[in-house]
Design a protein around this ligand. Structure first.
Ligand code: MN
Length: 151
């Protein structure tokens, strides 16, 4: 089975997007304050955060004092077939191809130091410089709900 990914729009004390990739049975996770961009010219800060259990992949609703929606989900593949996700993670450069509802095509995660990574859209046919989905597309791909529906 292909490995899965999820991006959860998490409105806690601040709004951010949690990008999670299924790697060796856990959800390796980054918090992306501005969310992913479909514009290859936009570099987005992504802070590595704690791995989550696989069953978190469908979590949506109230979470503590905040709210979570499944902003996008689907499967992903390594962009270079001779690399493994675990190896790329350890090397600090992970290049994947997403097959989601909102996001498709290549994305690259590059570690810049400590827990800081940069998330950038690969220049490919799925790039859409003018779309800006993290700012304009705010509904769950599972339920059609928004974070505000769970307040
Ligand atoms: Mn979060």
């Amino acid at each position: 089975m292909p490995d899965r990914f999820v991006i959860q729009r998490h409105h806690a004390s601040t709004l951010h997007f949690d990008l999670r990739l299924e790697i060796d049975g856990v959800l390796v996770s980054w918090a992306v304050p501005k969310g992913p961009s479909t514009d290859p010219a936009q570099r987005r800060l992504a802070r590595r955060v704690d791995d989550h259990a696989l069953d978190h992949i469908n979590v949506e609703g109230r979470l503590g004092s905040g709210t979570v929606i499944v902003w996008d989900t689907g499967t992903y593949a390594m962009r270079h077939a001779d690399t493994t996700a675990a190896g790329a993670l350890a090397a600090g450069h992970l290049s994947v191809v997403l097959d989601g509802t909102k996001l498709t095509g290549g994305y690259a995660l590059t570690r810049t130091g400590g827990d800081d990574w940069i998330l950038v859209k690969t220049r490919d046919d799925a790039a859409e410089p003018d779309r800006d989905p993290a700012a304009t597309e705010n509904t769950s791909v599972l339920t059609g709900r928004t974070n505000d529906d769970y307040v």
